[in-house]
Design a protein around this ligand. Structure first.
Ligand code: HEM
Length: 219
C-alpha cells in the first residue's frame, strides 16, 4: 500500500492516480464497440442488465452508509440509478425482465467486492466515485451515442439521465470538495486510491467478459 505525501487536493490525486485504469476501461473492447456503434440494441442491453446488479449493491451500501459521519456525506438520493434502470430493463428486456436477467461471473465478483469494501467509509466512497462520477462525465458520451445510433433516447437509456443533480460541473466540484475534506490521513487516502483502482478493474473485468460474446452482440 503506497502512502501519498501529495500537496494537491485529494480529489486531484485520486483522479491522477486513476487516469491509467480509466483509459483501460474507456478503451476496452466492449466499450469501443458500444461507442463505435457496432453493437445491436441487445448488445447494449447486456451492459444495462449487469449495471442492475452493480447499482443494486452500491445503492444498498448507500442505505447502510446513510448515518455514517464520513460515508453519509456521499449518499445522494438524486444519484440513485435503480429506479431508472428498472424502467430501462422493462423497455429493453420486457415486462418479465426480473425473472430473465442474471449476473455474469465478473459482475458477481464486483458485487462481492462492493459489499466487502463498503464495510469502511473510504471503500464505499471509492466504489461510489468510480461509478457515479463516471456516469455524469463519460456516461454522457454513451448517452449521446445511444440516442444517435441505437435509437434509445428515453426509456432504455434513462440510466444516463441525471435530471435531479442540476449542473453536472457544479455537482462534480461539490463532490470533489467532499473528497478533499474527508477526514482521512495519508494512509487512509492511499487505501481509498487503491480501492478505486480495484473498482475500475472490476468494471474492466465486466466489459471483458461481455466482450467474449461480441460476435453475438454485433449489429
Ligand atoms: C465509455 C467510455 C468513457 C468515456 C468516453 C469517458 C470519458 C470521461 C471524461 C471526458 C471524463 C471527464 C474528465 C475530466 O473532467 O477531466 C471522465 C471522468 C471520469 N470517468 Fe470516464 N469515461 C468513460 C468510461 C468510464 C468508465 C467505464 C468509468 C468507471 C468504471 C469511468 C469513470 C470516470 C470517473 C470516476 C471520472 C471522474 C474523474 C474525476 O473527475 O475525478 N469512465 N470520463
Amino acid at each position: 500500500m503506497s502512502v501519498t505525501t501529495d500537496a494537491r487536493p485529494f480529489s486531484a490525486t485520486l483522479r491522477a492516480s486513476t487516469l491509467e485504469v480509466h483509459e483501460k476501461a474507456n478503451y476496452s473492447e466492449y466499450m469501443r464497440a458500444l461507442l463505435g456503434s457496432e453493437l445491436s440494441q441487445d448488445g447494449y442491453t447486456q451492459l444495462a442488465i449487469q449495471y442492475y446488479f452493480i447499482y443494486g449493491a452500491i445503492e444498498a451500501a448507500s442505505d447502510a452508509m446513510a448515518g455514517h459521519p464520513v460515508g453519509g456525506e456521499f449518499v445522494f438520493d438524486e444519484l440513485r440509478r435503480l429506479p431508472n434502470l428498472e424502467r430501462d430493463l422493462a423497455h429493453l428486456v420486457g415486462p418479465d425482465w426480473r425473472s430473465t436477467i442474471s449476473p455474469l461471473a465478473s459482475t458477481q465478483a464486483y458485487v462481492s467486492r462492493i459489499r466487502e469494501a463498503s464495510t469502511w467509509a473510504g471503500g464505499y466512497v471509492a466504489h461510489h466515485y468510480t461509478r457515479y462520477l463516471g456516469d455524469i462525465a463519460g456516461g454522457q458520451v454513451i448517452r449521446r451515442t445511444l440516442e444517435k445510433n441505437y435509437d434509445v433516447a428515453e426509456a432504455g437509456a434513462l440510466f444516463y439521465h441525471f435530471d435531479e443533480i442540476g449542473s453536472a460541473p457544479r455537482f462534480r466540484d461539490q463532490y470533489r470538495a467532499k473528497l478533499d475534506n474527508a477526514p482521512w490521513d495519508e494512509a487512509e487516502r492511499a487505501r481509498v486510491i487503491d480501492e478505486t483502482v480495484v473498482a475500475f478493474e472490476c468494471n474492466v473485468a465486466v466489459f471483458d467478459e461481455l466482450a467474449t460474446r461480441l460476435d453475438e452482440f454485433r449489429a
